[in-house]
Design a binder for this molecule. Structure first.
Ligand code: GLN
Length: 310
């Protein structure tokens, strides 16, 4: 039996319990604009398929969603290309870090999954096809505004610029992919779109709303908009569960038991299928690059709601 009669109380308990942990972990500093964020932030928002919203802490403070954007570009790319996308990117966990390059050579330029950087670059290449970078960035931003039901969602140009200046690893991955003919657009264009999608600024409330279609078979329960098909929604959730926290995806499944996607900005989007979308944010990261307090909060929330899928 689940116990969510009083979701607001549960969310308040989670937020209260996290206060003792605030500041744990290390803020991502390889992107200089992210290094300045105060590690003591914590926010949580839960939006349910039956129309409830419960928020606590810094739920309305925008942060850099970073790799969480990969879930949404994957949705767009599947809409463009359908199942053949899986010929260009796999759906297996990588067992390595988000920006690892080693596997890519062994596996001849086919990234393990769309949620590591190499795979996300292929996905971005698909979203970019037939457009210029500015149009693709505008399209991704418009998609996020529509999903979040908030026109205030936008790209932070300072974060995008900061990553562009320091993104040598991503540039290496993109060049490597291009050498294997798994990027069709110019490397600089793909990187431009990728850095801008990662630099989207959203609050927990906006992000939880934006992810709700994944909890509801691809349909936004607020307005019945068909965002993706039920099969694709199921596949995106499966990939989030197995790959969304990189080499710590097993640990996340073990502790939380929900499909989830983290970003180095400290955000995590988690999906409780048929129930709710949850966003948490706390900037301090663990060794795998996932929000340390964010994972703790989701672990606590899943225990209190009994929302684990297992
Ligand atoms: N923009 C970041 C990068 O490419 C995203 C990584 C992440 O959030 N895990 O390095």
């Amino acid at each position: 039996m689940e116990r969510t009669e009083n979701l607001a109380d549960i969310v308040a308990v989670v937020c209260r319990d996290m206060q003792a942990h605030l500041g744990l972990g290390r803020v991502a500093d390889y992107i200089p604009a992210l290094a300045r964020v105060d590690p003591r932030h914590f926010g949580i928002a839960v939006v349910t398929c039956d129309g409830r919203t419960a928020c606590a802490g810094d739920a309305d403070v925008p942060f850099s969603i970073q790799s969480i954007s990969k879930v949404f570009t994957l949705t767009l790319a599947l809409d463009r290309l359908g199942a053949p996308l899986w010929n260009r990117v796999g759906h297996e966990p990588s067992g390595s870090s988000f920006n690892s390059i080693v596997q890519l050579e062994r596996e001849k330029g086919i990234p393990r999954n769309p949620l590591i950087n190499a795979g996300a670059l292929v996905v971005t290449d698909v979203v970019l096809a037939g457009r210029d970078p500015a149009a693709a960035i505008a399209e991704i931003a418009a998609f996020m505004q529509a999903r979040a039901d908030d026109p205030a969602v936008s790209v932070d140009p300072e974060v995008a610029g900061s990553e562009e200046q320091t993104g040598f690893r991503n540039a290496s991955l993109a060049n490597f992919l291009r050498a294997f003919e798994n990027l069709q657009n110019p490397v600089t264009d793909v990187l431009e779109v990728y850095f801008n999608q990662c630099a989207l600024r959203m609050s927990c409330r906006q992000l939880a709303r934006a992810g709700l279609f994944l909890a509801h078979g691809g349909i936004d329960p607020r307005n019945d908009a068909k965002v993706t098909t039920p099969v694709r929604a199921r596949r995106i959730n499966a990939v989030m569960m197995t790959c969304g926290h990189y080499d710590a995806s097993g640990d996340f499944a073990f502790r939380v038991g929900l499909p989830g996607k983290s970003g180095v900005g400290g955000g995590i989007l988690a999906i409780a299928p048929h129930r709710a979308a949850i966003a948490v944010w706390s900037p301090g990261l663990n060794a795998s690059g996932n929000s340390l307090v964010g994972v703790l909060a989701l672990e606590r929330l899943a225990a209190l709601t009994r929302w684990s899928v297992f």
